[in-house]
Design a protein around this ligand. Structure first.
Ligand code: SAM
Length: 451
């Protein structure tokens, strides 16, 4: 991506808020403390860039191990499968291998060179933000660039309708995924600058390939294939003739503004507010910082909040009230039902009820005093970890698991292990037997999926 000067001038360090200067292949903060690399020309503006790159690199390595294990397991199943199933299994095995090679190539700029054992990644994988994996929203790639014309057209129209009377000169699309909506809005509205951000390297690097004219092929694996040809479908993503004018990409976390405050006159959040990891009022306080008073926030998507606490899984009415408290005046939401990820290779698809609204920023919400997401002892790995109860509980649970599993020596029965457990913990023998039996059964089932 060729960096546009207007875009560069807006970039800020997401940790200190200071301006960034381009020095070779990285952007440096004015105090020289923070550096943000360019990944195929796209700024990596996640706080603590080195750590977040390593984190995504580990996700990639984990993903490679999982896919290689899947291909091996298909190879084994193929050997004992009936003749009628063999072409399907062979097709899937080959497609998995090809998929692995293409994804590895796409995200090679963030990969780390040494790959550990799969079991290690299984245990220590993906943490912040915990719901985001390399392949989260992979289906959006096919919807955006292969078969999703109807969905893309309807989504774009819903957002455009909200902006019909607004003058947009700088547009920001947050959580833009593989950037089709950002691309279409940029083409329709023709602002002076459109920026599409996301944290997922696969989606943004795929968009980068398409915009830069390279293109690639990737296998789609529909969840409910219509026939045997649909179990793995090779899709060709064509590269564009030229990079879309005024469109820029950035790796950035919605909650850590990496732009000059108030830099955009319109911010779009497509399918984002309910799946992003932060409680809504915190998210909207951060969103408020991107806009000047009078600027527009356009939301589009579902309201299926994915928070651990019920209290944070808001309904539309609560969203309106929270938006108001965070300095936004919301228009009446438009409610429609639209198909969601309707792949022609899938037997089924979902219909989703989505809401679109425009909210005008009425007041500046005070920026959070401590925008730091992670505790000090995580950022400075030389600091001691505080001794708190949940770490003790975690250690105890895992110690019990590992002690039970370590009892397996090829000679000892469930009854013997349960007897020891009951004695050590002063437990009812029958209850211990049931718990130990279930413990081993679960491990067995996890490793023998057909059993
Ligand atoms: C449901 S998908 C929607 C993608 C795209 N907006 C669309 O309409 O298809 C949610 C997107 O938000 C991104 N995302 C999740 N958490 C994020 C965060 N903290 N900061 C930036 N992007 C985030 C995901 O990587 C994903 O691309």
């Amino acid at each position: 991506m060729k960096l546009n000067d207007d875009f560069l001038a807006l970039l800020r360090c997401p940790v200190t808020g200071s301006a960034l200067t381009l020095c070779g292949e990285e952007l440096r903060s004015a105090d020289g403390e923070q550096a943000y690399p360019l990944i195929k020309g796209t700024p990596w503006l996640l706080p603590h860039a080195r750590n977040s790159l390593l984190d995504w690199g580990a996700k990639l390595n984990h993903f490679r191990q999982v896919l290689a294990a899947e291909a091996n397991s298909l190879e084994r199943e193929l050997k004992s499968a009936p003749a009628a199933s063999q072409p399907r299994l062979a097709r899937m095995r080959d497609a998995k291998q090809a998929f692995l090679a293409v994804v590895t190539d796409l995200v090679a700029p963030i990969a780390s060179a040494r790959v550990a054992e799969k079991s290690l990644y299984d245990v220590l994988r993906d943490r912040a933000p915990s719901t985001q994996n390399l392949l989260s929203y992979e289906a959006n790639l096919y919807r955006d660039w292969i078969w999703g014309e109807e969905e893309n057209r309807r989504s774009c129209k819903l957002v455009l309708d909200q902006l019909s009377d607004a003058k947009v000169s700088r547009l920001l699309v947050l959580g833009a995924g593989s950037a089709r909506l950002a691309h279409d809005l940029n083409a329709e509205l023709q602002p002076e600058l459109t920026v599409a951000t996301d944290i997922n390297p696969l989606l943004l690097l795929a968009a980068e390939r398409i915009f830069s004219g390279e293109g690639f092929s990737l296998y789609e694996f529909p969840a409910q294939p219509r026939d045997s040809a649909s179990v793995a479908v090779e899709q060709s993503f064509n590269g564009m003739h030229e990079w879309p004018a005024k469109l820029q990409l950035a790796f950035a976390d919605v909650a850590r503004n990496a732009f000059e405050p108030g830099a955009f006159d319109a911010v779009v959040t497509p399918w984002l507010i309910d799946i992003q990891p932060y409680e809504l009022s915190r998210f909207l306080t951060d969103l408020n910082q991107y806009l000047p008073v009078g600027g527009h926030w356009v939301n589009f998507g579902s309201l299926v909040f994915n928070q651990r606490r019920d209290a944070y899984c808001y309904t539309l009415e609560e969203v309106e009230s929270i938006a108001n408290d965070c300095g936004f005046a919301m228009s009446k939401p438009v409610e429609v039902e639209i198909p969601y990820l309707k792949s022609p290779h899938n037997a089924g698809y979902r219909m989703e009820r989505v809401w679109t609204w425009r909210a005008q920023k009425t007041t500046d919400a005070a920026a959070r005093e401590d925008p730091q997401v992670l505790p000090g002892w995580v950022l400075d790995t030389g600091k001691p970890i505080p001794r708190v109860r949940y770490f003790d509980d975690f250690a105890r649970q895992h110690r019990i698991h590992s002690e039970l599993a370590a009892e397996v020596d090829g000679k000892t029965s469930i009854a013997v292990i349960a007897g020891r457990l009951a004695k050590q913990n002063n437990m009812d023998r029958a209850e211990a037997l049931e718990l130990v039996r279930n413990f081993f059964l679960e491990i067995y089932r996890a490793n023998n999926p057909g059993a």
